[in-house]
Ligand binder design. Structure first.
Ligand code: DC
Length: 222
């Protein structure tokens, strides 16, 4: 069984997806980390993020290893653990830019789908319900106002010891929303059969409960 959780930056996807995966004993896949790894590699090599052919070529040089350790996902790029490094807003924006290229998205599809071959999976991202796993049994789309999302992101980054400012985060979130929603290939949007949850006024526990309720509709049939 596959459960997809999509939504914009700061909508609570990662937090909720991790808890839901743990509760159900499913594997957790953060697809954004894959685009972040590519954005990170492109930036570190000084490659123009808008140059589709150059970026797609980088994928061949990219040895990605995604492991689950103590319930959280670790991502290794050419043997280096980059899990923490890729969490900045700068890399988030780079990920958003490289991810708009159709050839890049196509090249990364199989890698994501492989995770569902042998496992029950909770996948989170932007297009996991629409493109990567269109047959998923339960599809969730989380939203929240940009202001709430910026506050959450601010808290999260500050907790990691980063120096960030609310207005910059809000601006970055709005820019990323625009770029992710307006691209032609696999734009950020709910699947037709997705359950949309506005998390602005909800606690994490309340969102998790709503997601698990959707899963329970399938009883023990997964
Ligand atoms: O979820 P995130 O913030 O780690 O994602 C970073 C960027 O990667 C996001 O702004 C757009 C891109 N992305 C995507 O295009 N498709 C996905 N399934 C996941 C992320």
């Amino acid at each position: 069984m596959v459960i997809t959780i999509d939504g914009p930056a700061g909508s609570g996807k990662s937090t909720v997806a991790k808890i839901v995966a743990k509760e159900l004993g499913f594997l957790y896949l953060d697809t954004g980390a894959i685009y972040r790894a590519l954005g990170y590699l492109a930036l570190s090599k000084g490659i123009d993020l808008n140059d589709e052919d150059k970026v797609v070529k980088l994928i061949d040089e990219m040895e990605l290893d995604i492991k689950i350790q103590e319930g959280s996902q670790r991502i290794y790029l050419n043997k280096e653990d980059i899990s923490e490094k890729i969490r900045t807003e700068e890399i988030g924006m780079a990920a958003s830019t490289v991810s708009k290229h159709p050839k890049v998205r196509k090249a990364l599809l199989d890698l994501q789908r492989r995770f569902a071959l042998k496992n029950n999976l909770v996948a989170e991202g932007r297009d996991t319900g629409t493109v990567v796993f269109p047959e998923a049994k339960v599809k969730i789309f989380l939203t929240a106002t940009p202001e709430v999302r910026a506050k959450r992101r601010l808290k999260e980054l500050k907790e990691k010891g980063m120096h960030v400012n609310y207005n910059e985060i809000l601006e970055s979130i709005l820019k990323r929303d625009r770029q992710d929603s307006e691209r032609e290939t696999a734009p950020l949007k709910p699947a037709d059969d997705a359950v949309i949850i506005d998390t602005s006024e909800l606690t994490v526990e309340e969102v998790v409960e709503k997601v698990l309720k959707e899963v329970k509709k399938y009883g023990g049939r997964y």
